[in-house]
Design a protein around this ligand. Structure first.
Ligand code: FMN
Length: 318
């Protein structure tokens, strides 16, 4: 059976999201926290890794830095909470991160990256997995990066085969994933645009031995995606479960945040994706986005849940 990970998504796949998802849907083998970027962890970052916030799940904390010393200091703190593995973010494409040569920006200075990896692999108290893009502006950069990755005992390499400059646009470069398969002898995980059973079928057709995938926006849009890919639909689809998932998220965010506005902000972010699970979502999404109070918000969500059906239901009916 294919091993499935939930991608780290800053601001979205928080510990609150992961817990609600795990309880309502399950099926994910490993969860990744959004990145931790400073050795002086703030309360949001600590909340992500506290063991009591991650019970019953396999969770890998993610670090974003280009300074070996800082990586090791953060890793020490993570190790103290009992984790075994940490993930290094070499994929974040956002301008503010890459301008400081962090995330995917680190791929543009391969010599420095190599030195950094040498130090952290020598001294880290934890095993290290890496989540990477394939370069900054040209697929040709990938060869050099693969030569570097070959040198280190990376626990697993999660490849989102896009360039930093592509952000989230265009089609993933599957040829780059193929090259990694040919060259590396470490476990690989494919990530990027597996948003439907068809996209998964195409991946398996290109790479029949693919055994690990990481799912991000596909799960946000359709929480049943992991079950659908495995052909294991005992667990759904049904609106009651989606409602239970939503209600738990809403209640936990309302407990954890002060005031209605930040909670509504979080929930609106979620609906940008989750509304795509429903038939005719546009006018409901507009109402959800317009809501400035919990009462308006609940009314908008209530009418979507009452009046529309899950698209997955239609797949089952065909
Ligand atoms: C809103 C958002 C936040 C993200 N935050 C992170 C992050 O904190 N760390 C990371 O490695 N990738 C992050 N990513 C990238 C995803 O983990 C994933 O690599 C990307 O979305 C491609 O996979 P998908 O097509 O399955 O979504 C983020 C993506 C999105 C859309």
């Amino acid at each position: 059976m294919i091993t499935c990970y939930l991608a780290p998504m800053e601001g979205i796949t928080t510990y609150i999201y992961r817990n609600a998802y795990h309880r309502c849907f399950g099926g994910i083998n490993r969860y990744f926290t959004p990145f931790i970027a400073s050795k002086k962890m703030n309360s949001r970052e600590i909340n992500e890794i506290l063991p009591e916030h991650n019970e019953g799940m396999t969770v890998v904390p993610q670090i974003l830095t280009n300074r070996a010393e800082e990586f090791l200091q953060i890793a020490e703190q993570i190790a103290a909470f009992g984790y075994r593995t940490v993930n290094l973010n070499l994929g974040c494409p956002s301008g503010t991160v890459t301008a400081r040569k962090r995330g995917a920006g680190f791929l543009g200075v391969p010599e420095q990256l190599d030195e950094f990896l040498y130090t952290i692999f020598e001294k880290s108290p934890l095993k290290i997995s890496i989540k990477t893009r394939i370069g900054i502006s040209s697929e040709e950069e990938w060869d050099r990066l693969l030569t570097i990755y070959r040198k280190y005992p990376i626990e697993e390499l999660i490849i989102h085969p896009r360039l930093q400059q592509e952000q989230y646009k265009g089609t993933p470069h599957k040829s780059a994933y193929k090259k990694a398969q040919d060259v590396l002898r470490i476990p690989l995980c494919y990530n990027g645009d597996i948003h439907s059973p068809d996209a998964f079928a195409a991946l398996v057709s290109d790479f029949p031995n693919v055994s690990r995938i990481m799912l991000g926006r596909g799960i946000l849009k359709n929480p049943y995606l992991v079950h659908r890919l495995r052909g294991d639909m005992d667990t759904g689809p049904d609106k009651d479960t989606i409602k239970a998932f939503h209600d738990e998220l809403f209640a936990r965010y309302a407990e954890a945040m002060s005031g209605e506005t930040p909670v509504l902000y979080k929930m609106k972010d979620l609906w940008t994706y989750l509304s795509q699970s429903f038939t005719n979502p546009e006018k409901y999404l507009k109402k959800i986005r317009k809501a400035n109070t919990f009462a308006d918000y609940k009314a908008a969500v209530g009418s979507l849940l009452r009046e529309q059906e899950l698209l997955e239901k239609q797949i089952d009916a065909t």
